[in-house]
Design a protein around this ligand. Structure first.
Ligand SMILES: O=C1O[C@H](COP(=O)(O)O)[C@@H](O)[C@H](O)[C@H]1O
Length: 243
């Protein structure tokens, strides 16, 4: 299903589950993702998963890697990546390799966003070709969020923020730079995220909880770009929060 342009200023309903700790959240979200992937495999013989990086998902990825589904039929990619090689400490590819692509999930196919050589636009174009070869829509997208309200690499003041959060953006992956982003980034664009069969927003900490509460209120998407997902999603975003 393709997202259409809309001037929505508030968010449709979300579903939210709160946990006592990140350790309690991790296996529950992992099982929910695994169940959804298993359903897709039963229905179509294959499943797709796009995940975030950063620091939050580590325990959940480790739990997910131990879920006994037919990972040979699962394609995994990233919702965003730094312009950094896969052995770099800030690489999302590195996090996924070390935590998710382990145990049972080592059998999954992984499609990275970063590759060499080239500048960010060249790398983004190559990543877009790789993503375009994956069947749409993703079965599951797992998003994180920064305390600046960014999700994927939709950063406030991002050079291509208006384009990557356009519900009609025709390109799957674009480069973006922003003051809060560190190195240049590669990000999946809004349509590829919001059309997913299941969208989980996994956040931890009181600060992110407060940012999420603000994001659910009316206000400009450019200020808290996670609003773009919350407002343009085809299915309710499922929020998983722990202190
Ligand atoms: O830069 C990024 O940050 C967000 C949030 O990361 P966290 O370290 O606060 O969990 C993440 O969702 C995104 O994929 C990542 O590239």
């Amino acid at each position: 299903m393709k997202a259409t342009k809309s001037s929505r200023t508030t968010s449709p309903p979300t579903r939210r589950t709160d946990f006592d700790s990140g350790a309690a959240l991790a296996p529950v979200l992992a099982r929910k993702i695994a169940d959804r992937l298993a359903l897709a495999i039963a229905a179509r013989g294959r499943a797709t998963l796009a995940v975030s990086g950063g620091t939050t998902p580590k325990a959940m990825f480790e739990a997910l890697s131990r879920e006994a589904i037919d990972w040979r039929r699962v394609t995994i990619t990233l919702v965003d990546e730094r312009m950094a090689p896969p052995d770099h400490e800030r690489s999302n590819h590195r996090l996924v390799s070390r935590t998710l692509l382990q145990n049972h999930a080592a059998a999954a196919r992984f499609v990275p966003l970063y590759s060499e050589p080239g500048d960010a636009d060249t790398v983004a174009a190559r990543a877009a070709a790789a993503i375009d070869a994956i069947e749409r829509p993703f079965d599951v997208v797992v998003l994180g969020m920064g305390t600046d309200g960014h999700t994927a690499s939709f950063f406030p003041e991002g050079t291509t923020l208006a384009t990557v959060t356009d519900p009609a953006c025709p390109t799957s992956v674009l480069a973006i730079e922003a003051p809060g982003a560190g190195e240049p980034r590669l990000t999946l664009t809004l349509p590829w995220l919001v059309e997913a069969g299941m969208i989980a927003l996994h956040i931890e900490g009181e600060a992110k909880n407060a940012v999420l509460a603000a994001a659910l209120e009316p206000g400009p998407e450019a200020e808290l770009p996670v609003r773009a997902v919350l407002r343009h999603t085809a299915t309710p975003v499922e929020i998983f929060w722990a202190p």
